[in-house]
Write a protein that binds this ligand. Structure first.
Ligand code: SAM
Ligand code: DTB
Ligand code: SF4
Length: 328
């Protein structure tokens, strides 16, 4: 039940946030920040539920991009075994299992700079159709897309396309040199035009400043419409990547994650805010704080794409202990 006391924060949806406004929200006294986020959250979402999503890496490693965080970049020795595109049957068997385990969204990730043409792309379209036929939401993240590819994915029934902006435009060049922010924005535009919903978020803990975090949030929150899905990742440090020893992660911790999530929730009231990579470094209490801050989705299962994630039964125990549940 929503308790109205006459002092509820306003949650008019806006697309013209300034960095200063975002900074002010992000730095509110913590109780005030969480109160505002939770109040807005309750207006648009059921606070007892989180959506379970399952990830599958359909094409692993050997990526030509040089994203400094990524274990799948061919530029770094990370020990990730390369794997060509999975068979359609294999991917759909995974999707069926994910459904059995309570996921309602199935996300297929591929380590490509841009989505391929020809046979491989046709296989991905078959995977999308198969996932939709199981009654699951289907999401893909395949790198950059042309307008035509976005349209084909839409026709196959794709629910969402994940394409992260990762950080602020100013810091982007420190993390990735093989593509530009504008190329990222162009793909997001193709996805939007095709009528596929947008999943777009970023990573904290890469050595960016808070100002970079405000900058990312501004890029996300000033898209009209807002991305329907906003994954907030905490860097998973992977040996061999340039960010393997990123040491300020200790101070990033749960409170920074909660501030990031709460601010995203306030700026984008109706979006799904996903507590994504990094949950293994968060305690149960820290994750509970992220839910309070307005996160309403998690990736389930012991693996993200290539890195570990909490076991299903740990997540089930966590939700049980919080009196929360997976969205049916
Ligand atoms: N190649 C496609 C792309 O870059 O859009 C899709 C796959 S890529 C692995 C998907 C997202 O995972 C990236 O945009 C990044 O935000 C996130 N990611 C990758 N490695 C990560 C890490 N070590 N820690 C946190 N997030 C990570
Ligand atoms: C997103 O923002 N996080 C997920 C999903 N979108 C594709 C991926 C996280 C990947 C973490 C590193 C890995 O497991 O390889
Ligand atoms: Fe390639 Fe995506 Fe990893 Fe960048 S994040 S190296 S584009 S798989």
């Amino acid at each position: 039940m929503v308790v109205r006391n006459g002092h509820e924060p306003q949650s008019n949806v806006r697309f013209d946030w300034t960095v200063e406004e975002i900074e002010t929200i992000y730095n509110l006294p913590f109780p005030e920040l969480v109160y505002r986020a939770q109040t807005i959250h309750r207006r648009h979402h059921n606070p007892e539920e989180v959506q379970g999503c399952t990830l599958l890496s359909i094409k692993t490693g050997g990526c030509p991009e040089d994203c400094a965080y990524c274990p799948q970049s061919a530029h770094y020795q990370t020990g990730v075994n390369r794997h060509a595109l999975l068979d359609v049957e294999e991917a759909l068997a995974s999707a069926a299992k994910a459904k059995e385990q309570g996921a309602t969204r199935f996300c297929m990730g591929a380590a490509w700079r841009d989505a391929p043409k020809g046979e491989e792309f046709s296989s991905v379209l078959s995977m999308v159709r198969g996932v939709r036929a199981l009654g699951l939401e289907a999401c893909c993240t395949l790198g950059m897309l042309t307008a035509e590819q976005a349209n084909s994915l839409a026709e196959a029934g794709l629910t969402a396309y994940n394409h992260n902006l990762d950080t602020s435009p100013e810091f982007y060049g420190e993390i990735i040199s093989t593509r530009t922010y504008d190329e990222r924005l162009a793909t997001l535009e193709h996805v939007r035009q095709a009528g596929v919903t947008v999943c777009c978020g970023g990573i904290i803990g890469m050595g960016e400043t808070r100002t970079d975090r405000y900058g990312l949030l501004k890029q996300l929150a000033n898209q009209n419409p807002h991305p329907e899905s906003v994954p907030i990742n905490m860097l998973v440090r992977v040996a061999g990547t340039p960010l393997a020893d990123q040491s300020d992660l200790a101070e990033i911790g749960a409170l920074e994650m909660a501030r990031m999530i709460a601010t995203a929730r306030i700026l984008m009231p109706t979006s799904m805010v996903r507590l994504s990579a990094g949950r293994l470094s968060l305690s149960d209490e820290a994750q509970a704080l992220c839910f309070l801050a307005g996160a309403n989705s998690i990736f389930m299962g012991e693996r993200l794409l290539t890195t570990p994630n909490p076991e299903m039964d740990r997540d089930q125990r966590l939700l049980d202990s919080l009196g929360m549940r997976l969205r049916a």
